[in-house]
Design a protein around this ligand. Structure first.
Ligand SMILES: NC(=O)c1ccc[n+]([C@@H]2O[C@H](COP(=O)([O-])OP(=O)(O)OC[C@H]3O[C@@H](n4cnc5c(N)ncnc54)[C@H](O)[C@@H]3O)[C@@H](O)[C@H]2O)c1
Length: 417
């Protein structure tokens, strides 16, 4: 039986570990977070895309621990640790360096190591490789090394690991071949590129593409606000063009671990090559303005009804960064709650995926209470199970930042982004 090690059992690593275990591999998971390890060992999942039943069905094939030693027995080790930004918005490779050092201590000849974490071009060769070679083994000769970006879209069911093509860049052709053979177990289509750098940049292009296009439509939303044009109507109409246009939705800004972070890995790296990646910076700037624009919009909506934000009861509907998941990392809702509180609002929220926001001292309000008690229901994230038409019908005032009340027409109590 093949043995696969997975380092970092988060949103990326746990589903990946489960995929390989489902294919009959023995998977050894390693995470520094003892709570996650304990949860997996007792059959509890903390990632929406993996259920407790999924874990139970794997039996002994998936194990988790905080120690790296068991990885010595693995045929392949996949690294899925976080790649955040530091306080001054520079790449923080701390978790990766730590993982690489620990892995070097147990690395064995013949193993394959694949980095999945999103990062700038050059990381695998210039940062990971030298740390792994501290083992005394040589990359490409004694062990195989590749980069293969994770493309998971949490909460998504139409495109899964199996039917999403997997990009692989090996240090050598043999490294790429070995990684392709491994991922062929869980992915239908493998796309080999010529180097780890090409694979690293592929992932960043995908994320920058989304960030720039979201910024474009967000900027349009700020303009249409002044012009008195409905941005949703314009986006809907443009999307009828059968070619040359791709639909992106405006909204309160970008959240999650990827889009607000990854593009800055590219702009940081570009500076070493005397390049300023202006699209990346501009998109980041516009997307960061959106929570401020949306709070101003809410403020005006209250004002038109003779209400001040100070003292107003505002119910945020949806606080996670995207529909259908409970992940609140970098969620624009958190920024907006802070801004509204600074203005003196009494802020509560309703989110079926986020029972509590302990850092803000808040718990999710029941739906009924959220919509009937509030002076304003502010739709920030549109979860599929929330009835937004009902909110449009019953709440006193609604500001809809996701265009989900469009089917309700234009009732006087609803203001759209
Ligand atoms: N979440 C997504 O949708 C997504 C999609 C594509 C790519 N990515 C990328 O994948 C990588 C991981 O993202 P994530 O969302 O799974 O992060 P996450 O924070 O959910 O999970 C990372 C895990 O790594 C663990 N960890 C940190 N340092 C470690 C170490 N030294 N040894 C062992 N474990 C360690 C953490 O405790 C955590 O459980 C990032 O580079 C991210 O950009 C994420």
């Amino acid at each position: 039986m093949r043995k696969i090690g997975v380092i970092g059992l988060g949103y990326v690593g746990l589903p990946l570990a489960v995929s390989f275990a489902r294919e009959g591999c023995e998977v050894i998971g390693v995470d520094v977070d003892a709570r996650k390890v304990e949860a997996i060992e007792s059959g509890r999942s903390y990632v929406e895309d993996v259920s407790a039943e999924d874990l139970a069905a794997l039996g002994e094939r998936l194990s988790a621990g905080t120690r790296y030693a068991p990885l010595a027995d693995a045929d392949a080790v996949l690294i899925c640790v976080p790649t955040p930004l530091s306080r001054n918005r520079e790449p923080d490779l701390g978790p990766l360096v730590e993982a690489a050092r620990a892995l070097a201590g147990v690395l064995k000849p013949g193993q394959l190591v694949v980095l999945e974490s999103t990062t700038y071009p050059g990381t695998t060769r210039e940062r990971l490789l030298p740390l792994l070679e501290e083992s005394g083994l040589s990359a490409g000769r004694d062990f195989h090394l590749a980069f293969s970006p994770e493309r998971v879209d949490p909460g998504r069911t139409d495109f899964t690991m199996r039917n999403t093509p997997k990009v692989i860049g090996g240090l050598t052709e043999a490294c790429a071949e070995r990684a392709a053979e491994l991922y062929g177990l869980v992915c239908e289509e493998i796309v080999k590129v010529s180097s780890p750098e090409a694979a690293e940049l592929t992932k960043l292009l995908e994320n920058v593409f989304r960030s720039v296009n979201i910024a474009l439509v967000n900027e349009l939303a700020m303009l249409t606000d002044r012009m008195g044009i409905d941005v949703w109507e314009v986006v809907d109409a443009a999307a009828t063009k059968p070619y040359g246009f791709m639909r992106f939705e405006p909204g309160p800004g970008m959240g999650g671990h990827c889009l607000p972070v990854d593009p800055f890995y590219l702009s940081w790296r570009a500076r070493e090559f005397d390049m300023a990646t202006e699209f990346v910076e501009l998109a980041g700037k516009i997307n960061q303005q959106m929570p401020y624009h949306c709070v101003a919009k809410a403020q005006r909506a209250l004002n038109e009804r003779g209400l001040a934000v100070k003292g107003a009861r505002i119910a945020i509907i949806g606080v996670s960064y995207k529909p259908g998941v409970g992940d609140v990392r970098e969620s624009p809702a958190l920024k907006m709650i802070g801004l509204l509180r600074e203005l003196g609002a009494e802020v509560g929220y309703h989110d079926p995926h986020v029972p509590e926001l302990p850092e803000l001292g808040l718990s999710s309000l029941p739906f009924e209470q959220a919509i009937t008690d509030a002076d304003l229901a502010l739709i920030v994230t549109a979860h599929p199970e929330v009835d937004h038409d009902e909110i449009a019908r019953r709440a006193r005032l609604v500001v809809d930042l996701r265009g989900v009340t469009r089917s309700a027409g234009s009732p006087a109590n609803v203001v759209k982004l």
